[in-house]
Design a protein around this ligand. Sequence first.
Ligand code: C5P
Length: 223
Amino acid sequence: DAPKPLAGRTAIVTSGPTHEPIDPVRYIANRSSGKQGHAIAANLARLGADVTLVSGPVTIPDPAGANTIHVESAREMLEAVTDALPADIAVFVAAVADWRVATSADNKIKKKEGEGPAPLVLTENPDILKTIGHHADRPKLVVGFAAETADVIANARAKLARKGADFIVANDVSPQTGIMGGDRNRVRIVSNDGVEDWPDLSKDEVAARLAARIAESLNRKPL
Ligand code: C5P
């Protein structure tokens, strides 16, 4: 049998986008396929972890070996993540919408001839990574992602401190990279120990390496 360095460990992974309702038929969202997050959940499970995957709306299937909880909005995602505590590991891959509509309408907002578009008043969503990174029940290892289109490393370093993460997996998602929605990813792992530059890999290979890296780091730390 394959070695199970994460046997007896629990992990929470977030994946996919969140949908923030404007009214019953419209929503605000980020682009996210869920491929990377789902692959990470599957790979943590493969190494023996008991994995809770909290997924926003995606079109890909639930990964093998994980307990998947489906949510729509950032607030639902935070609640599901908090309910899954305590955990040894948390990996926040979801592309959570930074803002939601302050008061979503109960009925479809009607287009009114000659009146122009309805104004949208936005309010900030909770930051799930930051909340859990500073939580009284903080997991031993907290991993965040940073999708940037410029100043990737500087932004990742700032995020590490601000959000209370142990690693930030940083990637350049500029349109020309093809990473968004694609099957490949080129990441750098930013921690207080420095920056690891990983080669261009499939999202599944990134997930396998990250799961192994998490196991190594956790098994090195004193319990
Ligand atoms: O600040 P930014 O959105 O770039 O941070 C990205 C990291 O924070 C990702 O790990 C993402 O899953 C997490 N995040 C979150 N809740 C938010 C915004 C981002 O968990 N509201």
